[in-house]
Design a protein around this ligand. Structure first.
Ligand code: ARG
Ligand code: ZN
Length: 858
């Protein structure tokens, strides 16, 4: 069944209060829910109370204390007939957490009990109007075996504890803030905490706990520091203060997503909590900082102001991603953070926007809401709000967000409410801008430059490609930060913000004796694709001289993209190819030797555009050919620049480990240099990789060395992999890396390796992190997935069929990879399509996978 945004109806019944009673057990948990319900004056006059359920049977239903019979099931839901204005409805259910392999609702993980309710998991615990516009105050009581569950946690504050019979104990929790059911959480298990305190700017003392399994507590300090930084930052940057005396974070090793912002009780995937230098890379540290921030920031953008319905998901996710991006930028390097965010957008969101699953950041319909926790809703959603901020400027934008929080505190709001508040608070006219919420597809902006007398003219034309259900598009306002460099002075006369809000428009710039060098979409001010013919000379100039660091990166990328796309298309003569490589080599040489660059930025500039993004540039791609051409370029750069690369690798190898920016930059550059050295000279690469592996006193260096070794065919590969496995036995997050490193390698036998790894005793499909480490890494590895034999497609197809009965939500994430078939060359496309058809034919497919497969087949 398709759920449509336009069909929204306010609930007929509200639930101002709920009392939940849990008798905890791994194999059976008994739940009694007491709902105080009353008619919604703003709702329909229906006498039926509609309670959602999912695989539940009511064991008892009581209304106002009396067992009643006038209830019935409607599919999985429970309908209760009520006569008056307000009632107390009590329902008993029983669930089996151990059997819950979907990891939605109440489930068991490593002997502990935990919950995941967003989006629709609460209905797997008890019958309830499981929609975000029903807000309730929660009182929770739980009782269980004290030895098995020494720690009992829920939202809000702990109000009472006590001992029961037969070694049981109990705890009562109360959350004073009304919330939708998706923010409910319960955790029970044998946990230890890293404890700290934070005093808010108005003087509230908050107890902070990060709960982990015993033995992991010394790996939680970075998460704790990140939490404290987040709390402080949100006060300063957005004026948002924490609103309870307690903030708990729990790390769980079986988790479908990154983390969850349950009120006062965030539940995290362990990979976004646990870190120490020996086991976590710099990227892992950054991931923890941003996810800790993200979930904390949801306390206001999500919890205090929540969503009216799930079509509004970007209201909280897009905004919260922007908030976590700004936070990370403030904690580290703004320039590098921006580059990384754009890289993610291009790798994950652009392909989504140009494929069969394209949807606006505020979708119009869905079958399974879990499928809409996408890069579009999250990352493009953040870009759309960032554009408002760019147009308003940070101060006026802040006035807009202040007004938004003020106006809608305690409410379930819509994206429209957000835009209106920014409009009113920041003083922007966003009437046309609202189209960004409604239209899918990445706008393409064609730029034509001309020059006459001393006037340079840029003619900008936007087109938004058709997407499923949206054949026609209207022009959107596209804010572009722009600077024109004078060729003689090498300088520009100041940056301007231009807004292209019609199909086509010309902008004139005076004072240029010669055609200027155009730096456009600086800072990636708009999430669009710029289509502009540019000489290698101009790009080399910008790569070396642009004062906007993102634009510098962008010029490097464009240089490589232009070259590789032309080379793969067969449109390059030998001379043109040599010239293209020479220009790229020149730009790289400048990056390697520029003393004005810090190493973090240097390392960033050395990253070549990924195959997915390159494939996106052509209508129909041969990803294997792109991969080979890209590898060819790496090998050429590696030998052409061997001397500087080796000198650079030597220099940064001498920098001792620390977490400061300089040392992190050294490690980043070290990794990039090593990759290129190995591409140019595998023997030298192997020697250096082995030395780097042996000398490593941190995971960043160890992993970057092993990445290179994994591509090699000699015995070094086996030896290093065996050493790594032995060294980190028992550390699940590092064993995940061991799987991912092999599944992501460009080794000729990578597919056989993956097949063998799927039989490895450490492999299991039941743990999402492990399943993704092997198979998601394989699915995004062009060498493995797009193997000409079709073996990669069959492997992912088979995985989908096998994993779906266990965990549909995690499984559905693999479908888009096969769903790209229309943009892939015909021989491969046919095999990809065949896999989708085979999946579609499997009986008992989950709603999650069915939606993605049927849309992908089109
Ligand atoms: N709201 C969570 C976040 O911080 C994501 C939870 C998504 N869960 C799900 N089952 N789809 O982004
Ligand atoms: Zn979120």
């Amino acid at each position: 069944p398709v759920i449509r945004r336009e069909d929204y109806q306010p609930p007929a019944w509200l639930v101002p209060q709920i009392a939940l009673d849990f008798r905890l057990g791994i194999e059976e948990t008994r739940v009694t829910a007491r709902l105080s319900v009353r008619r919604n004056p703003a709702g329909s006059a229906a006498s039926t109370l509609h309670l959602n359920g999912d695989q539940l049977t009511p064991l008892a239903v009581r209304v106002d204390g009396e067992a009643v019979n006038d209830w019935r099931m409607d599919g999985a839901d429970l309908l209760v007939e009520l006569t008056g204005e307000a009632h107390e409805v009590e329902i008993e259910t029983s669930v089996n957490p151990a059997a819950n392999s979907q990891l939605m609702g109440l489930y068991a993980s490593n002997g502990m009990l935990c919950t995941q309710c967003e989006a629709e998991g609460f209905r797997r615990i008890t019958f309830f109007p499981d929609r975000p516009d029903v807000l309730s105050t929660y009182s929770v009581r739980m009782a269980g075996d004290k030895g098995q569950f020494p720690i009992l946690l829920s939202n809000g504050n702990c109000t009472a504890t006590g001992e029961g019979e037969d070694g049981t104990h109990w705890a009562e929790w109360h959350d004073p803030w009304p919330k939708p059911a998706y923010l409910f959480a319960l955790v029970a298990g044998d946990l230890v905490a890293n404890h700290a305190q934070f005093t808010t700017r108005s003087g509230r003392r908050v107890d902070l706990n990060i709960w982990v399994r015993s033995g992991d507590e010394q790996r939680t300090q970075h998460a704790m520091d990140s939490l404290i930084n987040s709390m402080k930052w949100d006060e300063e940057a957005f004026g948002r203060e924490y609103d309870l005396d307690l903030f708990n974070v729990v790390a769980v090793s079986d988790f479908n997503m990154g983390a969850m912002e349950n009120k006062g009780l965030n539940v995290f995937n362990t990979r976004y909590v646990l870190a120490e230098p020996e086991t976590a890379t710099d990227a892992d540290y950054d991931g923890i900082e941003s996810v800790i921030g993200h979930e904390y920031f949801h306390n206001w953008s999500g919890n205090r102001v929540t969503c009216r319905d799930w079509f509004q998901l970007s209201l909280k996710e897009g905004f919260t991603v922007l908030r976590d991006q700004l936070f990370s930028a403030d904690m580290g390097s703004e320039a590098v953070k921006r580059i990384e965010d754009v890289r993610v957008l291009r790798a994950a969101q652009f392909p989504e926007d140009s494929g069969p699953l394209a949807h606006p950041i505020r979708p119009d319909s869905y079958q399974e809401i879990s499928n809409f926790y996408t890069a579009t809703v999250y990352n493009k959603g953040a870009e759309v709000i960032r554009m408002m901020r760019t147009m308003a400027g940070p101060d006026r934008f802040r006035q807009g967000t202040d007004l938004y929080f003020d106006r809608h505190d305690g409410e379930a709001a819509t994206c429209e409410d957000f835009v209106k508040a920014i409009e009113d608070g920041a003083g922007l006219d966003l009437r046309q801008f609202r189209l960004w919420y409604a239209q899918a597809g990445t706008p393409q902006v064609a730029v034509e430059a001309s020059h006459e007398g001393d006037v340079a003219t840029l003619t900008l034309t936007q087109t938004i490609p058709a997407t499923p259900g949206q054949p026609e598009k209207q022009a959107v306002p596209i804010p572009l930060r722009i600077a024109l460099f004078d060729r003689d002075s090498g300088r520009h006369a100041g940056e301007r913000l231009i807004v292209l809000d019609t199909d086509s428009r010309s902008f004139a710039f005076e004072g240029f004796a010669r055609p200027p060098v155009v730096s456009i979409n600086r800072g990636f001010s708009a999430p669009v694709a710029i289509d502009m013919e540019r000489s290698n000379e101009d790009l080399v100039f910008l790569a070396a001289h642009d004062d906007d660091p993102f634009a510098r990166y962008e010029a490097m990328q464009s240089l490589v993209v232009q070259h590789l796309v032309a080379a793969v298309g067969g449109g390059l003569s030998e001379t043109a190819r040599a010239e293209g490589r020479k220009a790229i080599g020149q730009a790289f040489a400048a990056v390697l030797s520029d003393d004005g660059l810090d190493d973090l930025m240097r390392g960033e500039l050395m990253v070549l555009p990924g195959v997915a993004y390159l494939a996106e540039q052509v209508l129909v791609a041969d990803p294997a050919a792109i991969h080979e051409e890209r590898e060819g370029l790496k090998a050429w750069l590696g030998s052409e620049l061997a001397e500087s690369l080796v000198a650079l690798h030597d220099r940064v190898s001498g920098v001792p480990y620390s977490r400061d920016a300089a040392a992190r930059g050294a490690r980043k550059t070290k990794a990039q240099a090593l990759v290129l050295i190995a591409a140019g000279d595998p023997a030298e690469g192997a020697r250096r990789a082995i030395a780097q592996y042996r000398a490593a006193d941190n995971m960043t260096d160890r992993q970057s060395a092993l990445t290179v070794l994994c591509n090699l065919e000699g015995p070094e590969r086996e030896e290093a992999l065996a050493d790594f496995l032995r060294r980190y036995q028992g550390n699940a997050l590092v064993i995940d890396k061991w799987f991912a490193l092999q599944a992501g390698s460009f080794h000729p036998q990578v597919l056989q390796h993956i097949e063998a790894l799927s039989q490895h005793p450490e492999f299991t499909l039941n743990n999402p992190n492990r399943a993704r480490a092997l198979y998601m890494t394989a699915a995004v590895n062009p060498k493995a997935f797009h193997d000409a034999s079709g073996a990669g497609y069959r492997m992912i197809g088979e995985l989908i069929r096998k994993l779906d009965p266990i965990n549909p939500q995690t499984t559905a994430r693999f479908v888009p990879q096969l769903g790209r078939w229309r943009r892939i060359e015909p021989a491969r496309a046919a095999m990809m399509r065949a896999e989708l058809e085979k999946i579609a034919a499997q009986p008992g497919l989950s709603r999650d996978v069915r939606e993605q497969v049927s849309k992908s087949l089109g």
